[in-house]
Design a protein around this ligand. Sequence first.
Ligand SMILES: Cc1cc2nc3c(=O)[nH]c(=O)nc-3n(C[C@H](O)[C@H](O)[C@H](O)COP(=O)(O)O)c2cc1C
Length: 202
Amino acid sequence: MSIHILLKNTAYHQIAPYVREVQYLSNPSAAFLVKTMRSLVVYYSRTGNTKAVGEEIARELGAKRDEIIDLKKRTGLRPIRWIIAGKDAWQRKLTKIKFGESPEEYDMIIVGTPVWAGKMTPAVRTYLTSHDLNGKNLGFFSTALRDSGKPFEEMEKLAPGASIIGTLGLRASEIRSGSYREKVRSFVKALRESTKTAAREA
Ligand SMILES: Cc1cc2nc3c(=O)[nH]c(=O)nc-3n(C[C@H](O)[C@H](O)[C@H](O)COP(=O)(O)O)c2cc1C
C-alpha cells in the first residue's frame, strides 16, 4: 500500500530524512517508483574540520548526522597524543568507539575521516570494520593538510559489497577559507544523480 502526499512549499531537505519511498509521476499514465534513500552522514573529527564538512553535507543532503567518538583520548599532552594517534593510524589499529545511529537502517551512508599518517583514523577503521555495509550506497569524504584523498581505496576495501557512489577529499585550508561549501554542493549533487540512476535501473 502506498500513501500519496502532495507537498507544497516544502524543501526536499526538510522531508528527506523521513521519506523511504516517493512516487514520481512522469506523466499521468506512466507512474514509476523511485526509492528515495534514507541517508546518514557519519564522521570522526578530532579538531572540527571533518565535522564542519559532515554538517554541511548532511544539511545539503537532508540527511541524519552522527559523530563517531573515539574512547581513546586523542587531545592534549601535545605532541605525545598526536604521535600516538599517527602511529595507531599507520599501524591500522582499531579502537573503542561510540556512535548513535545504526547504519544498517540507512540506504545511503556517507563516512568522513581526517587523514592521519596517510590513512583513515582508527575510529573510522573500527566503524567500517564493525558494520556490514553490503548492498548499501556508500560515499566517503576526508580532510587533510594535503593528502585528502589517500584513505579512500582502503575504506572501500573495508566495505565489500557496497556501491561507492562518490568521494570528496578536502584540504584544511579549504575549510578555513570556506571554499569547501561549493565542493560539498557539487558532491551532494553527484550523490543524488548516482542514486537516481541506480533507482531507475533497479
Ligand atoms: C595524528 C595526525 C596525523 C596527521 N597526518 C596527516 C597526513 O598524513 N597527511 C595530511 O595531509 N594531514 C595529516 N594530518 C592533518 C589532518 O588530517 C587535518 O588537520 C584534518 O583536517 C584534521 O581533521 P579534524 O579537524 O576533523 O580532526 C594529521 C593530523 C593528525 C592529528
